[in-house]
Design a protein around this ligand. Sequence first.
Ligand code: ATP
Length: 306
Amino acid sequence: MIQLYMPLNFIGSSYREIKQGLIDVEQMFTLLKVNAEIKDKPGAKPLHVGPAEVVFENVSFAYDPARPILKNLSLRVPPGKTVAIVGPSGAGKSTISRLLYRFYDVNGGRILIDGQDISQVTQTSLRAAIGMVPQDTVLFNDTIRYNIRYGRPDATDEEVVAAARMAQINDFVMSLPKGYDALVGERGLKLSGGEKQRVSIARTILKGPPILILDEATSALDSFTEHQIQAALRKVSENRTTLVIAHRLSTVVDADEIIVLERGQVAERGTHDELLAENGIYAAMWNRQRQVDQAREILKEAEKEG
Ligand code: ATP
């Protein structure tokens, strides 16, 4: 029954968006699911963000009690630093980002921001402190300008363009006949995964949160797009506490710490150089990726010549 009533509540609270037909149905249901599962504790206080240190303390989590996903996971992202999570598909990498954004509550342990347990603070204050660049950004059926400005509704046009420049998407936008007034989303221009992710990065730059979660797209991007996205991500994560969920290894080389996750547990941790020297799982993943990249380059060259 609750399921049936939820959409009505939701429509009530998001009247403005529904009225303007801006919100994507898929996104609406994603939000619904989240709202239904997580609530503020009675008397929850706002999060006070200081230097923005993120700590996972013996965190355990399962979507389904019969199948644990994270087991006793501990990690620390020091203020302003970048920690990258790598590991095989299904290891639980994206789950870590969903828990930090509190799409779900942990089953064991705690997640702390500047010493405050995130399950005890208001969701609004938590989400105001975190910028999330998800794997698959859902855009509103509106202009590019609106989609970027969503990060900070009172931003000026100049600030929107400045954010787009930093996110390496301004040139693309300027190449569209309508520029920033071009309509995107289901009922407008269909952007590629890489373009959507850069719009999302621009939105996050505008929001300017002290903590960032970057969940890389899993889909293969061409090397030009990948390069542009990496440059955008580097800019946005500078001096911000950043958790990168890396599905490819090229983004993690500069991370202050790399955590290799395997079946929900930390298998290795260290910097890129330390992990290569260890010659374990990370080194094997790195070598494999290099071989794949080299093979791709050789194929490309052969295509050009042939
Ligand atoms: P990838 O690199 O393929 O994105 P990942 O390491 O990010 O993988 P997660 O998305 O964290 O993996 O998923 C970890 C496990 O949890 C997977 O086995 C997945 O099937 C399962 N899982 C993810 N989301 C849900 C969900 N909403 N309900 C139930 N199981 C889920």
